[in-house]
Design a binder for this molecule. Structure first.
Ligand code: HMG
Length: 384
């Protein structure tokens, strides 16, 4: 029996800004954002669209009625939680209509949370092969207007259904984990935005990748030739490339070109969305699978997960025979094409228009699963 990703999809909010517009507004050379950071567009949300809105849409893309009757665990990974106690997955469980005898919880370790959820799900299904687990990584990445991190913001969710004998990617038992107590990016309770040491975060990300890669080589005996592609956590698209280049020095030109070509395919969606925090690695995986024409069943894909603070994990999966029809490239392309481009003034207005859950009220955002009402701090979501 194999265990892994049976279905996978992402959702992003209906607005975006163009990075050239942001560069002009911030008096920066646009090439810094497009080339230096590697971002072309950035997803933006209204205050009535939150992590539950994104998670519900992303999960709706992949779940059948039979899945709703079978899922027994719902995991939400996020660092944009809306409650210090109650898990977002409990609300998600109701909005999706999942059968009641299920476990629902939320987990956190910066951008690593999605991988923690995936690995929990894999272990659960290995023990209980009839179970299905829904893992949703959902976040709003914000650093503040005019901040150094502003061009690396984003918003959205990735949903994954983890089952026995999955139809997309079977997960291998070759994980290398790494924990280091480092303050490169953190958000103390009560802070709207994270505190970031940008250069330290870049350095820690690259060092962590080198460490888990070397340990993977030592422990599992794999070399680059064993991987048809590597997918990375993508806080901005230049970041993964910097880490990748750090292990390519001694490879042949052909090997470098091969793995860098797959990297470009893995960042196509992120260039248009930005950082999804917990979902970024999995957005990269979707992008790779939906853009690469040279991948085939049986290929091994390596995945590098990084969460500031810092926890990293490198692991791999094999593409399953006949995986192609289970991807949702058309849905994802349409989602990106249908978004509305905002001016920088409109983006700044949305950014400053914060949801105040201490004031009761109703909202006129008529998009599905948007927040329709706040009563006694409780959010209601539009289900029709
Ligand atoms: P910055 O200070 O604005 O940018 O911060 P910079 O001056 O370092 O420039 C960035 C790059 O643009 C440089 O390239 C410049 O040379 C280049 P590099 O040397 O790095 O290759 N550049 C240009 N290129 C072409 N034409 C030009 C031009 N001008 C400059 N005209 C920083 C950048 C990423 C630090 C900032 O945006 C930031 O703090 N972002 C947030 C932190 C972050 O994303 N860190 C990544 C690693 S940590 C991580 O991944 C975890 C995270 O997802 C959180 C979590 O785990 O929850 C963030």
């Amino acid at each position: 029996m194999t265990v892994g990703i049976d279905r996978i999809s992402f959702f992003v909010p209906p607005y975006f800004i163009d990075m050239t517009d942001l560069a002009h507004a911030r008096d920066v050379d646009p090439n810094k954002f497009h080339i230096g950071i590697g971002q072309d567009q950035m997803a933006v949300n209204a205050k009535t669209q939150d992590i539950i809105t994104f998670a519900t849409h992303a999960a709706k893309h992949i779940l059948t009625e039979e899945d709703l009757e079978t899922i027994d665990t719902v995991i939400v990974a996020t660092e944009s939680g809306i409650d210090e106690s109650k898990a977002a997955s409990v609300v998600l469980h109701r909005l999706l209509g999942i059968q009641p005898f299920a476990r629902s919880f939320e987990i956190k370790e910066a951008c690593y949370g999605g991988t923690a959820g995936l690995q929990f799900a894999k272990n659960h299904v290995t023990l209980h092969p009839k179970s299905k687990v829904l893992v949703v990584a959902t976040d709003i990445a914000r650093y503040g207007l005019n901040s150094a991190g502003e061009p690396t913001q984003g918003a959205g969710a990735v949903a994954m259904l983890i089952t026995a004998n999955p139809r997309v990617l079977s997960l291998n038992d070759d994980n290398v984990m790494l924990t280091q107590d480092i303050y490169d990016f953190w958000r103390p309770v009560g802070h709207d935005y994270p505190l970031v040491d940008g250069p330290l975060s870049n350095e820690t990300y690259i060092n962590a990748f080198q460490k888990v890669w070397q340990e993977n080589t030592r422990r599992n005996g794999y070399t680059l030739a064993d991987y048809q592609a590597l997918a990375f956590h993508i806080p901005y698209t230049k970041m993964g490339k910097k880490a990748l280049l750090a292990i390519l020095e001694n490879e042949t030109e052909d090997e470098q070109a091969r793995i860098l070509a797959r990297y470009e395919e893995s960042i196509a969606y992120s260039r248009r969305i930005g950082n999804l925090y917990t979902g970024s690695l999995y957005l990269g995986l979707i992008s790779l699978l939906e853009h690469a024409t040279s991948l085939k069943a049986g290929d091994r894909i390596g995945l590098f997960s990084y969460g500031s603070g810092a926890v990293s994990e490198f692991f791999s999966g094999h593409l399953v025979e006949g995986y192609e029809p289970y991807l949702l490239a058309d849905v994802h392309t349409a989602l990106l094409e249908q978004r509305v481009k905002l001016s920088i003034e409109a983006y700044e207005e949305l950014f400053n228009d914060k949801l105040d859950t201490t004031i009761d009220g109703t909202f006129d955002d008529d998009t599905l699963f948007s927040i329709s009402e706040i009563q006694h701090t409780i959010r209601s979501y539009r289900t029709k």
